[in-house]
Write a protein that binds this ligand. Structure first.
Ligand code: PAF
Length: 286
């Protein structure tokens, strides 16, 4: 595996791969890799001959009081994991390389980014959309893979890909990979490592309360009532704040208050021990 920090080098590497007729899959990450990322890499290896993983802790997607400085940076360990998985290129640009002096462009994706994490983290999705657009232009992959754990992020990226005719060959080239969970149901996340043992155990209340709410909603309980109980379960189970707990159309991300015939998703963001966890799960439509 080659590790590349400069864009001119990346362009040369990609040009050589293309000259050899290789197909390329991209897995964008912010590092601090866990089994969820490795699942993306394994899925990518099935999609293309060559896999590029990017590691870049993107400052523009963090708000002023968020965890940019604390975000784990573990390039050496990440690199060893990717090497073991058979990744071809590790693209690890510096912030200066990604955002050269005078950088002034931002991509806003209306609609799908408005609610949920877009509302509780202003500017977050503009940062994500901008950096992902840059990554697509830098690597020019045939396919790109993202975790479904960030369901809204995936919707924002798909919308952007369609709207801006990005270089990926077709919209299905943006591939969502199902969330990987710990044995107790907690979705894998780089932020789980902020939790001490006590709060890590309590964090399992999140998927448990979501599963319970889904069973209630699918069983016909009014959505608002099931969501209120979910919030209560989180607050009494060790979470300090719930940013949102909502049922939404799985594609448009518009809130819904009853199941219809379109796929629905339960989306939650909640804080425990100063750590904001997000999760989402499918809800069977009526
Ligand atoms: O999901 C992430 O890790 C990041 O938001 C992404 C897509 C790599 C953009 O920085």
């Amino acid at each position: 595996m080659r590790t590349i920090h400069r864009l001119d080098q990346l362009r040369n590497e990609i040009a050589s791969l293309r000259a050899e007729g290789e197909s390329v899959a991209l897995v964008p990450t912010m590092g601090a890799l866990h089994e969820g990322h490795l699942t993306l890499v394994r899925a990518a290896l099935k999609q293309a001959n060559r896999v590029v993983v990017s590691i870049f802790v993107n400052p523009t997607q963090f708000g002023p009081n968020e965890d940019l400085d604390a975000y784990p940076r573990t390039l050496e360990a990440d690199s060893a994991l990717l090497e073991q998985e058979g990744v071809d290129l590790l693209w690890a640009p510096s912030a200066d390389e990604m955002y050269p002096d005078g950088f002034a462009t931002s991509i806003g994706v209306d609609g799908v980014s408005a609610d949920f994490c877009g509302a509780s983290r202003p500017g977050h999705f503009a940062g994500v959309a901008t950096v992902v657009c840059k990554l697509f232009n830098q690597v020019r992959p045939d396919v790109a893979l993202f975790g479904e754990k960030d369901w809204q992020q995936l919707a924002v990226i798909r919308r952007m890909g369609r709207d801006l005719d990005l270089t990926l060959p077709h919209v299905d080239a943006i591939i969502g990979v199902p969330t990987v969970r710990e044995e107790d149901g907690l979705a894998l996340s780089s932020r789980n490592r902020y939790l001490d043992a006590e709060h890590r155990t309590k964090a399992a209340a999140l998927p448990a309360a979501m599963r319970e709410a889904i069973a209630k909603i699918e069983g016909g309980e009014p959505v608002a009532q099931a969501l209120a109980k979910l919030e209560q379960a989180l607050l009494s189970g060790g979470f300090s704040k719930v940013d949102y707990a909502a049922l939404a159309d799985a594609q448009t991300l518009k809130r819904i208050d009853a199941l219809g015939d379109r796929p629905a998703r339960l989306l939650v963001a909640a804080h425990i021990q100063n750590t904001r966890l997000i999760d989402n799960m499918a809800v069977r439509s009526g």
